[in-house]
Design a protein around this ligand. Structure first.
Ligand SMILES: Cc1cc2nc3c(=O)[nH]c(=O)nc-3n(C[C@H](O)[C@H](O)[C@H](O)COP(=O)(O)OP(=O)(O)OC[C@H]3O[C@@H](n4cnc5c(N)ncnc54)[C@H](O)[C@@H]3O)c2cc1C
Length: 451
């Protein structure tokens, strides 16, 4: 007998960008939904983040679902240029449109907007502590309230929007679904640490987004400086974990670099976290289950941009979840279309990101100025790597251009080829679950390739 339990059509775990965007889109469709988050209501939206959010993503979200783009004091600054400094004496500057946002304010506005929808029930300070599985499907979650009381929420579809923890996915045994890992490997995660700082005088980086390499960081680390106004900045460091850098202390290294660049800045907020650094999960659904945002590993592995993908993946999920609820079919097959959409959308970006990480691990940073100076890596390529456009990379032309360093160029060509092959496979995502394993084998083979 099911005691101390409630039932709903959809249970969303996590009220970050993915969870709230999905809830708004399900509210518009009048689907009975419960959203749970472990945080206090006033803290929803706050997150360790570089705070950069591309207006391209929020514009798309507005066009798709009417959610207004960040405005007023939700925007810290409109960024106009991006600067990459792979070595101390070389810098590539590009025109680049982005924004730094106040995540708490933007997140709170989206959360508040859920009051408009009578089909949506938000439960804050409710922590999911387990996944409930029956036969071969997910049927709900075990939830613990602030006062320690536990109860179960049963749902036709459970959507994991819990970020890097992937709390629901973790609890799905392989016997129910072997198409995604329930835990990410260490080397599929990026460790990072960031501070919001205030300078006493106007700083020199206004309207800029900068990515720099510093000797203090282990490769493939990067230091970012994102302006948040005349005297405010978001600065941070991160790297994809590997055997050589796993012992390096991200906080200490961050502080050393920040003190070098901004010796007298006041630290307003400091926090570290991890983010996924891999291709999207090979499958993001199983019977009664779907996942969006960081929990589905939808972060650009090179720029770390995951806020936009979280908002947009949830929009796509809403369409498919609605169909499944209305058709009374929550099977893996009914939810499969989500995999196809998301892989088409983010597979290429993920592939480029993986290729760039492999390159960064194989090519000394000092060689990167050569690649930019010779036009082997161009603005278009950087745009694609940062996730703003998708370009066709003319690999062989690039190799010929740089014949002065053949070994380096072979590595670059290999990296670009790898990205191209992932892109191709992304657009050929299997149309049905039973064709999945052949496709997975192919993509894993490409991913294993060394540069
Ligand atoms: C240091 C750092 C810098 C970053 N910089 C950028 C950047 O500049 N630009 C960008 O676009 N992205 C950036 N990202 C990534 C971005 O923050 C994420 O991609 C984005 O927040 C993902 O949204 P989400 O909704 O999937 O997950 P989250 O924002 O992580 O939200 C998950 C929610 O689930 C809740 N939750 C978790 N576990 C449970 C549980 N057991 N029970 C109930 N609730 C639970 C959490 O409380 C949280 O509210 C950065 C990330 C880090 C760590």
């Amino acid at each position: 007998m099911r005691s101390l339990s409630i039932n709903t059509d959809v249970l969303i775990v996590g009220a970050g960008p993915a969870g709230v965007s999905l809830a708004i889109n399900l509210g518009k469709r009048d689907i009975s939904t419960i959203v749970v988050d472990q945080k206090q209501k006033k803290n929803i939206g706050y997150k360790a983040c570089g705070d950069a959010l591309s207006p391209n993503s929020t514009r798309k979200l507005y066009e798709f679902s009417g959610i207004k783009q960040p405005y007023g004091d939700e925007i810290a600054e409109n960024l106009k240029t991006a600067h990459f400094r792979p070595v101390s004496d070389f810098e590539l500057s590009l025109d680049f449109v982005s924004q730094t946002v106040d995540r708490l304010k933007y997140g709170q506005r989206l959360l508040e907007s859920l009051k408009e929808y009578s089909s949506i029930d938000v439960k804050t300070e409710h922590k999911v502590v387990g996944t409930i599985v029956e036969e071969n499907q997910v049927i709900g979650c075990k939830v613990r309230q602030k006062d320690g009381k536990k109860f179960n929420i049963y749902a036709k579809i459970v959507v994991d929007c819990s970020g890097i923890t992937g709390i629901v996915r973790r609890g799905i045994p392989v016997s129910v679904c072997d198409k995604f890992p329930n835990k990410l490997k260490k080397e599929e995660t990026i460790v990072s640490y960031r501070e919001i700082i205030e300078t006493s005088e106007p700083h020199e980086y206004q309207y800029q987004m900068r990515i720099e390499y510093h000797d203090e960081m282990p490769p493939p680390g990067y230091f970012w400086i994102f302006s948040k106004g005349e005297k405010k900045l978001n600065v941070g460091v991160g790297w994809l974990l590997n055997d050589n850098n796993k012992k390096a202390n991200v906080k200490t290294i961050h502080e050393t670099i920040r003190k070098k660049i901004f010796p007298s800045a006041k630290v307003l907020d400091a926090v570290g976290d991890t983010l996924p650094g891999r291709l999207p999960l090979y499958s993001m659904v199983c019977n009664g289950f779907l996942t969006c945002g960081d929990a589905a590993t939808l972060v650009n592995p090179i720029s770390g941009e995951g806020h936009g993908p979280a908002l947009l993946s949830a929009y796509h999920a809403a369409d498919i979840v609605e169909k499944a609820i209305r058709n009374n079919d929550n099977s893996e097959e009914a939810l499969w279309e989500y995999n196809i959409k998301i892989w088409n959308y983010y597979g290429y970006e993920g592939g480029l990101g993986i290729a760039v990480h492999k390159l960064l691990a194989a090519v000394p940073f000092s060689d990167f100025s050569f690649l930019f100076e010779k036009g082997i890596i161009t603005q278009e390529d950087v745009d694609a790597i940062m996730g703003s456009t998708a370009v066709k990379l003319p690999i062989f032309q690039k190799v010929i251009k740089g014949m002065r360093k053949p070994k380096l160029l072979i590595k670059v060509a290999k990296g670009l080829l790898l990205a191209e092959r992932i892109k191709k496979l992304s657009t050929k995502y299997p149309s049905k679950p039973n064709r999945f394993y052949r496709w997975k084998k192919k993509i894993e083979k490409i991913e294993r390739k060394r540069i």
